[in-house]
Ligand binder design. Structure first.
Ligand SMILES: Cc1cc2nc3c(=O)[nH]c(=O)nc-3n(C[C@H](O)[C@H](O)[C@H](O)COP(=O)(O)OP(=O)(O)OC[C@H]3O[C@@H](n4cnc5c(N)ncnc54)[C@H](O)[C@@H]3O)c2cc1C
Length: 374
């Protein structure tokens, strides 16, 4: 690369929660960042996220992904304070805990499995019978077969986390160019040296791809077939006068009490390409499960519905880090159902990869090779 053309140490493609977290963590270390966003910042999956920090509820077997999730979740309490100091944005970190409920024997077995591996990760997941479950969360149906209490699974407001990362990063010197789609990656030999956008070309020492569901399109020119694809999630919100104390979670649906007084009900999981239309069928499906857990939901007042595209992949774990044979390129995509949860650790890991400092966790399970692809 011609050093005279370098516009930043790092170019980040995508200003969702992942790209914004990376920009924040890197800026804190004095790395100059240029974030390029196709549309407006934090309008895609990040805007749709329920904001659940479900390290236990959202994992079902021990392994590196649980470690990553637990490490990221553990950072949120302190991060909420630091981000408020650095940006003035309250990310609505709320320690509400989660109640996972069993509506049938299969759901009960899945929850009991969580109880058995949680302790290995320093987490508490306690099985509780229906009577005690109803004391904990009085709105639950007495027909449930019991459930688990997860006192450590909390929540935030995902778009506010992205806004806080972005605001703080800009204060620290990062540049965000919105409405600037990246058209292709620019290479010099095997090295990725920059990007071409609708607004000219930009060069940097590193290019981080954090384009969510749209990430693979930029890699085809390099002959890389990244298996990341959109998985549509529909949600709705409603007002339930009785409210809820905890997030209530079953295998295919969850209810979450938000700070604005609404109950968020999410989320469908549909492979429907890039179509983001809400459907009556999707909302009816969620509503039926929601009411089977919390019967008063039948009379809740409907507020709104929305959808988003999670960056899914076959192994349900993110792609993090360098690509062998493509110096300069780093991946930070494919966070599927856990991008809000994993944003802090992703920002930290990618920053250490650039500075050469010790990484908080082994990244190898999240490389292309770790996904069985290189
Ligand atoms: C309904 C729903 C509920 C969810 N609930 C939770 C939850 O409770 N907890 C949780 O942890 N996660 C949840 N998730 C998942 C979470 O939202 C995602 O994993 C996360 O937002 C992914 O962030 P991202 O920055 O990678 O992607 P995105 O937010 O999609 O951002 C990617 C950005 O890249 C930009 N981009 C793409 N291509 C280009 C290009 N060529 N040039 C420039 N810019 C480009 C896009 O415009 C976009 O802004 C949920 C998702 C959905 C849809």
């Amino acid at each position: 690369m011609n050093a005279a053309h370098k516009q930043a140490d790092v170019i980040i493609i995508g200003a969702g929660i992942i790209g914004s977290s990376i920009a924040y963590h890197m800026s804190k270390k004095g790395i100059s960042c240029l974030v390029l966003e196709r549309g407006a910042a934090a309008q895609e999956a990040t805007a749709a996220s329920a904001g659940m920090l479900g390290a236990m509820m959202e994992t079902d077997a021990p392994g590196p992904l649980v470690e990553l999730a637990v490490a990221s979740q553990a950072r949120y309490r302190k991060l909420a304070e630091t981000l408020f100091e650095d940006s003035g944005v309250d990310i609505e970190y709320t320690e509400c805990g989660t109640v996972g409920v069993a509506r049938d024997e299969a759901e009960k077995a899945a929850l009991l499995q969580k109880c058995s591996f949680a302790r290995d990760f320093g987490q508490r997941v306690d099985w509780i019978e229906t009577g005690r479950l109803l004391e904990l969360e009085p709105g639950l149906s007495p027909d449930l077969l019991g459930g688990v209490h997860i006192p450590g699974d909390h929540q935030v407001q995902s778009p506010k986390v992205a806004l806080a990362f972005r605001t703080a990063a800009i204060r620290l010197g990062a540049r965000f160019l919105e409405h600037t789609p990246v058209l292709r990656l620019l290479t010099e030999g095997r090295r990725v040296a920059g990007v071409e956008t609708t607004d000219g070309s930009f060069y940097a020492d590193h290019v981080v791809l954090a384009g969510g569901s749209w990430s693979p399109g930029l890699l085809t020119g390099l002959g890389i077939d990244l298996p990341v694809y959109p998985v549509k999630g529909q949600c709705y919100s409603a007002i339930l006068p009785e409210g809820l104390k905890h997030t209530v979670f079953a295998l295919k649906c969850y209810l979450m009490p938000k700070r604005d007084g609404t109950i968020l009900v999410g989320a469908t999981q549909e492979e429907a390409g890039f179509d983001k239309s809400p459907t009556a069928q999707g909302i009816a499906y969620l509503h039926e499960i929601a009411a089977s857990m919390v019967p008063a939901m039948k009379k809740a007042v409907f507020v709104r519905t929305w959808t988003g595209l999670r960056p899914g992949n076959p192994q349900l774990k993110p792609f993090l880090g360098p690509v062998e044979g493509r110096e300069g390129l780093l991946l930070a995509t494919g966070h599927f159902r856990k991008g809000t949860l994993l944003a802090p650790i992703t920002g930290e890991m990618l920053t250490s990869m650039v500075t050469g400092e010790a990484l908080p966790l082994d990244p190898s399970p999240f490389t292309l090779r770790g996904h069985g692809l290189q």
